[in-house]
Write a protein that binds this ligand. Structure first.
Ligand code: NDP
Length: 485
């Protein structure tokens, strides 16, 4: 039996589900059928006010607890998430359309990893002692205060946890606004955190379109904004946060290079390219969508790639045998179809797929264009769908220069058996999250984030602590104060 999609109410504030039917209706559409499965209301100004006030009050209670006590709550939440993984995975599938074959392994589970990891760190967050002769300085690691998290629609559970876990570990409160396309999963995260003993008001979820996010970002009570979204939204949110001198983390889009050298293990390179282009139907920010293939391996690469794509099981995402699901929404499917048309118009060779499937829901074929050149639209813009662009290259110097010729800098990958070449190339690629003979691994222990237009700050790892806390330094004089007059 599948879980019910309809939440108890639209928002989760101060430890409870809250409704305000004055807010505009948001329909939740199941991507696999195109049918409405739930409805929520967008947050009204009264709901936003309630969320910010409860966060402000809840943060004080939470920060007064010891790190170990805070960590215990987060780790308890991780355990509950793992116990309920199956139903949470079903909900993630209903929210996004991603197949259970994925959601059972990477969504709620990666959220639980983040809660467990940052829960474990919470008790060890300390300042330092700096001796200066007989005087000394001590530093105190303090929370920032109220953090706003704004999510994209591709990983709603994971994003709610990746932002919430480090924020809460450091003693902050959070108001999280999911994408209006996928409003369901973050509510469950809030519910489970409170079931685990989180004080009321520390983690709140409000629904709404971009203007709700904008109202949160502009509010003077907010100290930090963490956005996962596109570069244009990032630019707006960063500017609004700057007006209030707020801290930011920006996890934005990409057009990442995946470089495959002649000597690469062909099956691994094809596997990496599949993971980096077709997992979650290509709706992954760090995807290696510009696949640079060295001339000597091109033919073999395209042959194995198309053979393996033909084995993709496209169908009902609730069936665990399904390995490729629909696009999240009709709007996103139309955007991707527009790019496929541009690929054809631009003169690229359509090597595989390229069409919408004749069935209910928002299904596209996995699509590969080869003979793509750097100037083509499909090689320059983020598509955020299952469209791989294969570009040819000859030399190492050439591919490094071409791979870096983009405003983005989220990820990069290299496939080669030559260990020196792998490190030399990765060392010169302008990207934050890189892979050698692998693609798109995102363990919570590793920093994740981009350079250039792909973002500011890092999620996951100990590095995230720096983005959710600040240091107070205290100078302690042991002797007399000497003043000039
Ligand atoms: P959008 O940029 O359209 O939206 C992101 C979030 O910001 C949504 O919740 C959106 O609300 C909200 N928003 C929109 N305008 C504003 C505003 N002015 N002020 C505050 N909030 C606002 O991204 P998508 O949801 O379409 O997600 C896809 C994008 O996310 C891709 O570019 C992808 O690369 C990127 N992404 C980046 C990741 C990373 O970690 N680097 C991971 C996953 C995705 P609403 O939806 O209601 O408009």
């Amino acid at each position: 039996m599948t879980v019910s999609a309809q939440p108890v109410a639209s928002h989760f504030i101060n430890g409870h589900y809250v409704e305000d039917t004055d807010g505009a209706l948001i329909d939740v559409i199941y991507a696999a059928t195109g049918q409405k499965i739930a409805q929520v209301h967008s947050a009204t100004p009264a709901i936003i006010e309630q969320a910010l006030e409860s966060a402000k009050a809840g943060q004080k209670t939470w920060a007064a607890m010891s790190g170990t006590e805070r960590g215990r709550v987060l780790r308890r939440a991780a355990d509950i998430i793992r116990d309920r993984n199956h139903e949470l995975s079903q909900l993630e599938t209903l929210d996004t359309g991603k197949p259970m074959q994925e959601t059972l392994y990477v969504d709620a589970t990666s959220g639980a990893d983040a809660l467990e990891y940052f829960g474990g760190l919470a008790g060890s967050l300390t300042g330092e002692h700096i001796q200066l002769g007989e005087d000394w300085v001590y530093t105190v690691r303090e929370p920032l205060g109220v953090c706003v998290g704004i999510g994209a629609w591709n990983y709603p559970t994971q994003i709610a946890c990746w932002k919430g876990a480090p924020a809460l570990a450091c003693g902050n409160a959070m108001v999280f606004k999911p994408s209006e396309t996928t409003p369901l999963c973050a509510l469950k995260v809030a519910e489970i955190l409170h079931e685990s003993g989180l004080p009321a008001g520390v983690y709140n979820v409000v629904q709404g379109y971009g203007h709700v996010g904008a109202a949160l970002v502009e509010d003077a009570r907010v100290d930090k904004v963490s956005l996962t979204g596109s570069v244009p939204t990032g630019r707006k949110v960063y500017a609004a946060a700057a007006a209030g001198m707020k801290h930011v983390t920006m996890e934005l889009g990409g057009k990442s290079p995946l470089v495959i050298f002649d000597d690469a293990d062909i099956e691994d390179a094809v596997g990496g390219a599949i993971l980096g282009n077709f997992y979650s139907s290509g709706q992954v920010c760090s995807n290696g969508t510009r696949v640079f293939v060295q001339a000597g391996i091109k033919e073999a690469f395209l042959k194995r790639l198309t053979e393996r794509l033909a084995t993709a099981v496209i169908g009902d995402p609730m069936e665990e045998t399904t390995s490729f699901g629909p696009m999240v929404s009709e709007a996103q499917m139309d955007i991707v179809l527009g790019y496929i048309a541009k690929g054809k118009e631009g003169g690229a060779t359509l090597t595989y797929g390229g069409a919408r499937l004749d069935r209910a829901g928002f299904y596209l074929q996995p699509t590969v264009f080869s003979d793509v050149t750097d100037d083509m639209v499909i090689a320059r813009e983020e598509i955020f769908g299952p469209v791989m662009a294969v570009l040819d290259f000859d030399s190492e110097e050439e591919v490094i220069q071409r791979a870096n010729a983009t405003e983005f800098g989220l990820s990069a990958g290299v496939f080669t058996k030559d260990i020196q070449c792998a490190h030399r190339v990765i060392g010169q690629l302008e990207a934050g999250s890189c892979f050698i003979n692998s693609y798109n691994d995102a363990p919570v222990e590793a920093p994740f984030g981009g350079v250039k237009m792909s973002g500011v700050g890092r999620e996951n790892s100990k590095g995230a602590i720096e983005h959710y806390s600040q240091m107070k330094s205290v100078y302690v004089r042991m002797g007399k104060v000497e003043s000039p007059f």
